[in-house]
Design a protein around this ligand. Structure first.
Ligand code: ZN
Length: 301
């Protein structure tokens, strides 16, 4: 049997972690707050009940999560829509001052499928950059697409505006080089893949008529399956990319569960807990062939 068949090693060719490391974990927080509702329902700006539900993130969730991260002695990445930064400037500055990474998450949490053209996507990107600079003096190197919605043109836009990584594509367990176009020699950035199953929105979030089924999962169940994924990815040498929202996972028992998960990650031998930008900086040093994404052709009738 040929032991060199590539599928026998879970790691892509050329990929390795730093010496002494066998896998990595990123704990990330998307501070969507009001923006994720207002983009689809601007009329909700007049609904105090819904706005208070979203404000739980910056008002209560972020401080609680900062305490968790401080107790555990780890740094995280916070993806911040520009609108959130402008509405909650003191909160965003508190994240920055606690030593965590701040990255880009749109301006008003705009999904790519609502953009009629790439110029619209670029305007949103620039407006988000201006807000983070104005509020926190931060120039982010990372981007996460709101709703995980990406257009094929976005990687090139990110590279053109100096971003070094994206986090949100779902085709890999390991970070990789993301080509910005099909032509040879096209610039590339780093991709840090994510997945819906490692996003707290689906199991926990419920706003009547707006999102969720009304079935709210127990943190005990959610943390159990995230722990299984953490352990499985650690065994495969992959990247555990967890996406939480302060208005969702900043709730008391969910934050307790998250802290237990962080403790589990710290207890696994050789698992590197790092910010997204730290992971991306490592991946930039590797001899990886960029992955080119192109739309599949549709069959003719
Ligand atoms: Zn979001």
């Amino acid at each position: 049997m040929n032991r060199r068949e590539p599928w026998r090693d879970a790691r892509p060719e050329g990929f390795r972690w730093p010496d002494g490391i066998r896998a990595a974990a990123c704990f990330t927080f998307d501070i969507d707050a009001e923006s994720a509702v207002l983009i689809d329902h601007p009329e909700a700006a007049g609904w105090l009940d819904v706005m208070s539900h979203q404000a739980y993130g910056p008002r209560t969730g972020v401080p609680r999560l900062l305490r968790v991260l401080d107790r555990q002695g780890i740094r995280a990445t916070f993806f911040v829509p520009g609108y959130t930064a402008e509405r909650w400037p003191g909160v965003i500055r508190s994240v920055r001052d606690a030593g965590h990474e701040i990255a880009h998450h749109g301006y008003l949490h705009e999904g790519a499928r609502s953009a009629p053209d790439i110029e619209t996507e670029e305007r949103r990107l620039l407006r988000g950059l201006e807000a983070l600079d104005h509020v926190a003096g931060v120039r982010p190197v990372g981007y996460r697409a709101p709703n995980w919605e990406l257009s094929y043109g976005l990687p090139a836009l990110l590279a053109r505006h100096g971003f070094r990584y994206d986090s949100g594509l779902m085709d890999a367990d390991h970070p990789y080089r993301l080509a910005t176009g099909p032509e040879p020699g096209a610039p590339s950035i780093v991709e840090l893949p994510a997945h819906w199953a490692l996003d707290d929105w689906e199991p926990y979030n419920y706003l009547p008529g707006l999102t969720g089924s009304g079935v709210i999962a127990s943190p005990a169940d959610v943390i159990a399956r995230w722990t299984l994924e953490l352990e499985a990815l650690a065994d495969d040498g992959g990247l555990f990319m967890l996406t939480n929202h302060p208005f969702v996972s900043g709730r008391a028992s969910r934050a307790v569960g998250l802290e237990r998960l962080i403790e589990r990650a710290k207890g696994l031998d050789g698992v590197w807990i790092a910010t997204c930008s730290e992971i991306a900086a490592h991946v930039e040093t590797l001899p990886l062939a960029p992955v080119v994404h192109q739309p599949p052709g549709l069959p003719s009738d």
